[in-house]
Design a protein around this ligand. Structure first.
Ligand code: SF4
Ligand code: SF4
Ligand code: ZN
Length: 425
């Protein structure tokens, strides 16, 4: 009997005698995890039917993601995708990265795997495609404890993971079932609520690993650029995806190859993540530099009035990935920036997810009577309506259905006009 036949026979027997605990619950059973928890752990066989009971995790309690060595390799790989579904579709509110002692991945090397692949007839051309990534992954996995801490950091610094999700790092003993804490995710979260940071801003809670660190230098907010995009021309197939997503329009396609204008690249890594043939690598700059717009020489009431016209508080963070505030973008506009791309180059804004901040940017430009021309490709689409644009008849219709348009407008106007403590004007 083959393994498959054996399993199907067991299944037939199982279905005939399945416990009522499973079948009676079938109608009420939910894919939404009751404990609002996602676990990332290793695929090791010793963890099967041992890790969950050791944690008191039952069916429906948690999302469990498994891979070799509970690893995360890049910003949008399969594990991160699963976590995004878990957070945004299934409502999970905490992540636990659980490694285990004696993890086999710590003993694997890229060279050994490649040797075994060659022996099994895998073509070297295929191996060449993944060789660099394989080495980066396996040859940097030295110890399961160190790996857990690194994976926690990677998830924490991923611009797609909300900042209010605690990420814990734990280690499991596969012989005794003992769990030990390496990283307590609660301690990593700062006390300030998202609402506080919405108005007051402040130090970013996490360096998002984008080559951008928002440093406050007195009144000046600066982003440190420490990476640049480098194209491997042999691999590039000239598809132009990178040039379409680059927020600072630093990439041009000439002779069917991507060319990065280094002085315009702000090191976001977006092109590296999207290139379908992995032709772009982010490389550390020999001399990192900062970008910022000095707003100290602009009368603050001009900045404030532009922000308030755009229904934004000047001190409001409008780009969470880079913690750029409305006042800096308004200052850049008052100093002559005319497009989102110029604003990205001047202030470093839009160097993370590239999704949330485009609307406030367009609102600020509109408040200054600027309607920028959309660049070719898909960097951004136009302005979307805000609550202030909803027609009276639509409001009247939906008021009865539990919407609070007027109350929301009042609150948002209050946010825009609030003068945080210590502001002079
Ligand atoms: S997408 Fe980001 S990393 Fe790539 S060239 Fe543009 S700014 Fe640089
Ligand atoms: S996305 Fe990659 S393959 Fe496409 S043009 Fe850019 S570097 Fe070349
Ligand atoms: Zn393992």
């Amino acid at each position: 009997m083959t393994a498959l036949e054996q399993m199907l026979a067991v299944n037939q027997d199982f279905v005939q005698n399945v416990s009522e605990d499973f079948t009676l619950a079938a109608e009420t059973v939910s894919k939404v995890p009751r404990k609002k928890l996602a676990i990332l752990t290793c695929m090791d066989t010793r963890l099967v039917e041992f890790l969950e009971p050791a944690l008191g995790i039952k069916r429906e309690d948690a999302v469990v993601i498994k891979n070799a060595g509970n690893t995360v390799t890049s910003s949008f790989e399969a594990t991160i995708r699963s976590l995004l579904i878990a957070i945004f579709e299934l409502g999970i509110q905490e992540i636990m990265v659980i490694g285990h002692e004696d993890c086999g991945v710590a003993h694997s090397t890229a060279q050994e795997i490649i040797r075994k692949m060659c022996r099994r007839g895998i073509s070297y051309d295929a191996i060449k495609m993944i060789k660099d990534e394989l080495e980066t992954w396996l040859d940097n996995f030295h110890h399961p404890h160190e790996n857990v801490c690194q994976v926690v950091e990677k998830i924490k610094n991923n611009p797609l993971i909300p900042m209010d999700v605690p990420i814990h790092g734990l280690i499991f003993e596969p012989h005794t079932g003992q769990i030990s804490t390496l990283v307590n995710g609660y301690q990593e979260l700062t006390d300030s609520s998202l609402l506080q940071s919405l108005i007051r801003g402040g130090e970013p809670k996490r360096d998002r690993g984008l080559g951008l660190v928002n440093k406050k230098g007195g009144e000046k907010s600066m982003k440190l650029i420490s990476l640049k995009a480098v194209v491997d021309r042999d691999k590039c197939i000239g598809c132009s995806i990178c040039s379409k997503i680059c927020p600072s329009l630093a990439i041009a396609i000439t002779e069917k190859k991507a060319n990065v204008k280094e002085s315009d690249c702000r090191g976001c890594g977006g092109c590296e993540q999207r290139c379908p043939v992995y032709a772009i690598k982010m490389v550390k700059l020999a001399e990192p530099y900062t970008v910022s717009v000095d707003i100290s020489d602009i009368p603050y009431d001009q900045i404030a009035s532009l922000c308030v016209k755009a229904k934004l508080n000047p001190e409001q963070i409008i780009c969470y990935c880079t913690t750029t505030r409305a006042e800096e973008v308004a200052g850049a506009i008052l100093k002559g920036a005319r497009t989102p791309e110029e604003l990205s180059r001047d202030t470093g804004i839009r160097m993370g997810c590239k999704v949330e901040c485009i609307q406030p940017i367009l609102r600020l430009l509109k408040a200054a009577d600027i309607v920028p021309e959309r660049p070719k490709g898909y960097q951004w689409y136009g302005l979307t309506p805000t609550i202030w644009d909803i027609p009276e008849n639509v409001k009247a219709k939906y008021n009865e259905r539990g919407f609070y348009f007027e109350e929301d407008i009042k609150l948002l106007d209050k946010v825009a006009n609030a003068k945080p403590e210590g502001r002079k004007s």
